[in-house]
Design a protein around this ligand. Sequence first.
Ligand code: 0O2
Length: 222
Amino acid sequence: MEKKRENELQSREEAAQIMDMVGIHAAEYMKAMAYYRCAIMEIETKFNVLNTEFSLQYDRNPISSIKSRLKSPLSIKGKLERKGLDVTLENVEENLNDVAGVRVICSFPEDVFALAEAFLKQDDITLVEMKDYIHQPKANGYRSLHMIVQVPIFLSHEKRLMKVEIQLRTIAMDFWASLEHQLRYKKDHDFTEEMMRELYDCATQSAQLDARMDALRRHVEG
Ligand code: 0O2
């Protein structure tokens, strides 16, 4: 616990230093990040509620785990610079959709779509953008359902609409994406054609596993 607090303080200090360097007032930056953290809590709660309700109905959990993260100050700075934008808080809020990220790891492919549908029906959620990399996987084999949504957070004197990136994927999709991320994503490794084919083949096999497990689930659930 102490260690966690220590790390948290270190990263706050690091964030403050980086933001001061680029002229964003550290206290303003911390406030904005606290709002994003509140938005993450709102989204996590919504999925936890859906998980509880589904498990009462079907006697199993559609969600295996939820992992959330705030984009680091260095990544925020890097992404704005890549987009050719000044590093200002206004540009963060207007141009970055993934400062707050929630990844929902589901048991079966059908759970991904059932949860997304139930979540999007909620009247305080606005869908900004959806990318279905499950029905249309990326060229490297990456599969996941991505949604950018706006969710309100209620503060003592105001309501703020916050953008959150949600990635829904199965355990098999997450297994592949996590390992591929470690091996390649954002790294400057030269991946040979052969290695890309191998990764793609692993993605295809993980999709086949998902389909076989889903068939078993349908058989069991009738
Ligand atoms: P991190 O470290 O996970 O946050 P955009 O964010 O809109 O500018 P893009 O590419 O249009 O960029 O967004 P997209 O396609 O929705 O993908 C964004 C996120 O999806 C990435 O975030 C990854 O988390 C994940 N992702 C997308 N493609 C791949 C892939 O090929 N492999 C893996 N492992 N993950 C992928 P970040 O910010 O790049 O990284």
